[in-house]
Design a binder for this molecule. Structure first.
Ligand SMILES: Cc1ncc(COP(=O)(O)OP(=O)(O)O)c(N)n1
Ligand SMILES: Cc1ncsc1CCOP(=O)(O)O
Ligand SMILES: [Mg+2]
Length: 214
């Protein structure tokens, strides 16, 4: 029988995905408590200082800091968790991640990927991309809100994250579908006023009294 990964909060709330320690520091200081460091295409040795700093910051703020892709570094520095995509699943050592006590988040885009992800018993499942996005080249079409709703009906007992093209304007309709979290990149990093955008998104995704400390 597959051993589950450690649970995370059912409602992870606002989940910014950013590419630098500077963004991690700013957003933790602004009150964000779930966050991901997503550095792409750097050799592990070059990404290592950023991962180490991000993990230290996450601990200082008692935040849920997920490391994208670099699972060995996440284990080495004791991150809260790791985020992996379907391709990453082909190569990552899931046993090592679980034995190190890290949470695991997995990307999914359709029913087959959901089946595969659920078999791993991760800490959360990400569903995307919901709307068109400029941030990442996606091989599939956006799933939209109806598919998001349909997928969520299969995921009552696990923490869920919606991602892809979620703007301040679209966040309420996404949240109304019932995911525990919305992950955003450009809604914050490309905002004219990132502080204001973050506060608006925090208020939408984390209504007072609803944020769990897990
Ligand atoms: C919360 C969240 N959801 C999805 C992704 C995408 O992960 P992946 O499919 O592995 O693609 P890359 O981010 O590695 O390009 C994510 N990072 N975070
Ligand atoms: C990393 C990732 N995975 C699926 S969509 C996406 C990018 C989301 O970025 P944005 O919030 O700017 O659309
Ligand atoms: Mg990945």
């Amino acid at each position: 029988m597959t051993t589950p990964f450690p649970a995370t909060a059912k409602k992870l709330g606002l989940y910014p995905v950013v590419d630098s320690v500077e963004w991690i520091a700013r957003l933790l200081d602004a009150g964000v408590r779930t966050i991901q460091l997503r550095i792409k295409d750097l050799p592990e040795s070059e990404a290592e200082p950023a991962v180490a700093e991000a993990v230290a910051l996450g601990k200082r703020y008692q935040a849920r800091l997920f490391i994208n892709d670099y699972w060995r570094l996440a284990i080495k520095y004791g991150a809260y968790g790791v985020h992996l995509g379907q391709e990453d699943l082909d190569t990552a050592d899931l046993v090592a991640i679980r034995q190190a006590g890290l949470r695991l988040g997995l990307s999914t885009h359709d029913d087959a990927e959901l089946d595969r992800a659920l078999a791993v018993k991760p800490s959360y499942i990400a569903l995307g991309h919901i709307f068109p996005t400029q941030t990442k080249a996606m091989p599939s079409a956006p799933q939209g809100l109806a598919e998001l709703r349909r997928h969520l009906t299969r995921l009552k007992d696990i923490s869920t994250v919606a991602i892809g093209g979620i703007s301040i304007e679209r966040a309420p309709e996404v949240l109304a579908c019932g995911p525990g979290s919305i992950a955003v990149v450009s809604a914050i990093t490309q905002a004219e006023n990132w502080r204001e955008a973050t506060q608006i998104l925090l208020a939408l995704a984390e209504p007072p009294g609803e944020n769990s400390a897990e």
